[in-house]
Design a protein around this ligand. Structure first.
Ligand code: 5GP
Ligand code: MN
Length: 336
């Protein structure tokens, strides 16, 4: 275990540091990781961001992106860097299974492990923890880690601010979710003051779709959406052939589930997609409905109350059928 004083002392001289985040990184995963990266390099630390898998093009513009190492494409190098690291930062996840094979490398590394995260039920693998489930994004916690814990607000430069803004913007669904408190807005204001160009970041993330992605979205809404009125639930299910037909790339499916949730009566929305290796589910809910409970109990996953994910080794049709069978258990909550 490390206390804050020892951690601060440890970081007072250049160290070999690895930052990693969950597989199929989203805006918060990349924003928090590159935000911390841009902070640490200012202090002369030898820092590498290693992602377990690739990530979408709409996140591939942040400062430091060119230095990111993708584990699946660079396994030997990644394993060596983790083994040689003196400190590994684990951002936006709290269980080593969330980083696939990289998890074992981190587990066996002698480096100090620092967890900065906002998910429920952390696994006990870390030496230092900055964890708060009320935070709207891991990027918010990276901000408070730098400003409140390390007392280094002066090092929140334009690059750090740009990445952290992206993390908070994407994980709060553009400052919409209930955990976007006034404190979050104050942090966001600080990030803009520090140089984050909010309007441009919005453009880069949300207005960078390909023609295929838009046509795929149209297909999902017109042909793959099923509404279950008696459960106030909407399910979009997409098979492998659809993905091929629209040349769907990493990230192209992100956010589609929110269209199903935008229907006034819908309290639970699911996006179920047949990936090459398994079926992936993304659940979103309104209000108190615990989407994460369904993912944890039935689909090997987890997440937040209103945004959760999981997977299944069943076929697409069987997964959707299983989801429908679960709904009666939650009917009371769904029809409130
Ligand atoms: P998404 O639906 O965008 O993949 O994920 C929504 C939220 O659920 C994210 O906060 C993510 O961290 C969490 N999540 C997604 N998949 C999994 C999973 O397999 N396991 C756990 N524990 N959380 C997940
Ligand atoms: Mn997050």
């Amino acid at each position: 275990m490390l206390d804050l004083a020892s951690l601060t002392d440890f970081l007072s001289q250049p160290r070999r540091i690895v930052i990693t985040t969950h597989h199929k990184p989203d805006g918060d995963a990349m924003g928090s990781s590159l935000g911390l990266y841009n902070y640490l390099i200012q202090q002369g630390h030898h820092t590498h961001v290693i992602t377990p898998t690739d990530y979408p093009d709409f996140l591939s513009w942040m400062p430091g992106n060119g230095e990111v190492i993708i584990y699946t494409a660079n396994q030997e190098l990644s394993a060596r860097l983790v083994a040689e690291a003196e400190m590994v930062f684990c951002l936006d996840f709290n269980s080593l299974s969330r980083i696939n094979e990289l998890g074992e490398e981190v587990r066996k590394s002698s480096a100090y492990k620092v967890m900065i995260d906002h998910h429920l039920e952390p696994e006990d693998f870390d030496d230092y923890r900055h964890w708060d489930i009320n935070a709207c994004a891991a990027a918010q916690l990276v901000y408070t880690f730098i400003t409140d814990q390390l007392n280094n607000k002066a090092l929140i430069n334009k690059d750090v601010a740009t990445c952290l803004y992206t993390g908070i913007m994407t994980d709060s669904a553009s400052f919409r979710l209930p955990n976007t408190t006034s404190a979050v807005h104050r942090i966001v204001a600080d990030l803009i003051d520090a140089g984050a160009n909010n309007s441009r970041i919005h453009e880069l993330v949300y207005n960078s779709a390909s023609e295929n992605r838009l046509k795929f979205l149209g297909h999902c809404l017109a042909n793959c959406l099923e509404i279950l009125p008696e459960y106030n639930t909407a399910i979009i299910s997409v098979n492998k052939a659809d993905l091929q037909r629209f040349d769907v790339n990493t990230g192209d499916t992100e956010g589609i589930v929110n269209y199903a949730l935008s229907i006034a009566s819908v309290r639970l929305a699911a996006f179920v997609v047949e990936r090459t290796d398994r079926v992936k589910l993304s659940l979103r809910s309104k209000g108190e409905f615990p989407a994460n409970e369904i993912c944890k109990k039935y689909f090997n996953g987890g997440g937040h109350r209103n945004a959760a994910g999981g997977h299944s080794d069943k076929s697409l049709d069987d997964t959707v059928a299983q989801l429908k069978l679960i709904l009666p258990e939650y009917k009371k909550l769904l029809i409130q």
